[in-house]
Design a protein. Sequence first.
Length: 414
Amino acid sequence: MSTNAPQALDGVRILDFSRIWAGPHCTKLLADMGAEVIKVESARNWDPHRMIVGSGNLPDGERGDDPWNRSGWFNTLHISKYGITCEIRHPSGKAVLEELVSVSDVVVENFRAGLMARRGFDYETLRSLRPDIIVLSMPAFGNTGPWKDFIQYGIGQEQMGGIASMNGYLDEDGPVKSGVNFGDPISGAHAAGAVLSALYRRRRTGRGVFIESSVSVVGEHIIGYQLDGLPPNNRGNRHEAMAPHGAYPCRGEDSWITIAVASDDEWANLCKVMGSPELVVDERFADVLSKLRNQDALDEVIGAWTQGHDAIALTESLQKAGIAATPVMKGEDIFNDPHYQERGLLELVDHPSAGVYFLPGTAWKMSATPGAVRWPAPRLGEHNGYVFGELLGMSSPEIDLLSDEGVTGTEPVT
């Protein structure tokens, strides 16, 4: 953890009002690249991820004296960020935040449409504080349109975006959400790319920009609907153009392997590894269309073969034959896998409240500016002194007065 190597976004300061997942994931990616990200909360209105204190989210399952600082979700999404508390609805807090805007390069928020404007932080006001400011707004359904005032979380975004209509098993009715509400991190990654583009444009032109990045996701299947008028259907693990394509049982409890075949050559190679070359000329599986029409029989044949094999060993054999195969891995498998260990997927973090644990490292590896986990996620209001004192030049009595007025704090106020 931490590095003195130069980073791609050294010198870029981001004021981050966002909450939950999409916005914080965006700013985490930018922090990984060296941006100075200042996470803005208040003692009365902190990030809800701080209080996900259910099973599996707290170290050793213990709440401790300050559970709001021990949340695994929060501490994963906010590594390498500074954290302050500042009550935006208090006149003194608003004034402090205006000063921070004036010395920041980017402002990020993901509230419902119009909320920042009602707090006095609309784009034109932010531009008056810093003319070349870049503002990223990430409301669930955009700042215009009949849904603009809707509030939403991951499950609703998937349903209204059309993704859930394609999830689920082939023999089940009704939409099924994904396991992780993946619209949030995807939107966060897209938003980070938009911020990078805006920073590049500002370097060339000297001008800032307003970015709207709707979190809702509309799947590519709408193109197919326009072409044939048919609604999307649940595919399970199957693919519209590849067969076999699915997850197949292996030896051992709840052990699986995924296999995907995209060409006749790959199919012939799979049949060879299976020791069943006769399947190549089986009329049920003679070509792609035949395999797609007979997927039930195809999956039954492959599943009967895979269940006698170890998933890892079979993956290696199939990969050597040029077949896309991977074991289905659980969290503990990833944690202990030698490939991920060699790649440095996980980095050790020492958090003053949550203790020592591993977190995912940077999402990419760059030769000259490698990116880094520089420090653990902030405790509530941990960097008030640094941000207000060193960045804004406030005196200790002035900082203490903010605390006395209830503008700042390091413990939740309910």
